[in-house]
Design a protein around this ligand. Structure first.
Ligand code: FMN
Length: 209
């Protein structure tokens, strides 16, 4: 897609510092392949987890990160926009500019808590607050084990506010053979929730085994 064309689908994606950053990176790749524009934020903690869990040499500064990811995922020049933690003039900071859907994948329990309380102390928290106040789609992919009462309370509160909790808990009934298969299980769920076609995983009842 040329950089001149408006994107028919725009999604806000935040990657925070829970284990399982592969879910967020794979979702980013799939959204790019589906020709969506992705407005991306990667928390400082997520950058540490990315360095720990993957071989990706992701630059920390938003501009450098954007250039790196555009090349890494062979995206169109404006298809991935990366915003920093206090970039308050970014489109995601306001209901008038934000996409209609936001995903926090993975979602740390810290960010989960901040969203549940409306803290808005950084751009990820603010963008999620905007999604909630505008009654837009907000998908949260928490990962922790075990969950404490406070984590569960936050998830219940956010569910009641309209957010959808998609825990990073892949099923095994497709008999995954690789870590990538397990990652795709969750990414397929997220793409379906967002209304994208996905071919990562057969639907229940379709050529299961
Ligand atoms: C390697 C690594 C793995 C982590 N795994 C988790 C996790 O699975 N879930 C979680 O909630 N926090 C996890 N943390 C802790 C969070 O990164 C930490 O609470 C951080 O403050 C979250 O910040 P953020 O929400 O701004 O990304 C992990 C941290 C590191 C360095």
């Amino acid at each position: 897609m040329s950089s001149e064309q408006p994107y028919t689908r725009r999604v806000t994606l935040a990657i925070t510092g829970a284990s399982g950053v592969q879910y967020g990176l794979r979702l980013l790749q799939c959204l790019v392949e589906q020709e969506a524009q992705v407005l991306l934020m990667v928390s400082k903690a997520a950058q540490v987890v990315i360095a720990t869990e993957t071989d990706l040499k992701l630059p920390g500064a938003p501009d450098a990160m954007e250039a790196f990811l555009l090349e890494h995922f062979a995206a169109a020049p404006d298809q991935i926009k990366v915003y920093g933690r206090e970039q308050w003039m970014a489109p995601v900071a306001s209901g008038s500019g934000a996409p209609s859907a936001m995903v926090v994948c993975p979602c740390s329990t810290g960010t989960l808590s901040a969203i549940a309380c409306g803290a808005s102390n950084n751009l990820i928290e603010r963008a999620a607050d905007v999604a909630l106040k505008e009654r837009r789609q907000l998908l949260l992919v928490p990962r922790e084990a075990p969950y404490s009462e406070v984590h569960l309370e936050h998830m219940l509160k956010l569910t009641r506010m309209g957010a959808v909790i998609v825990p990073a808990s892949p099923g095994f009934y497709q008999r995954p053979k690789t870590v990538e298969d397990m990652v795709d299980f969750i990414v397929a769920r997220l793409l379906s929730q967002l209304g994208f076609e996905q071919a990562l995983l057969p639907r229940w009842g379709e050529s299961m085994l």
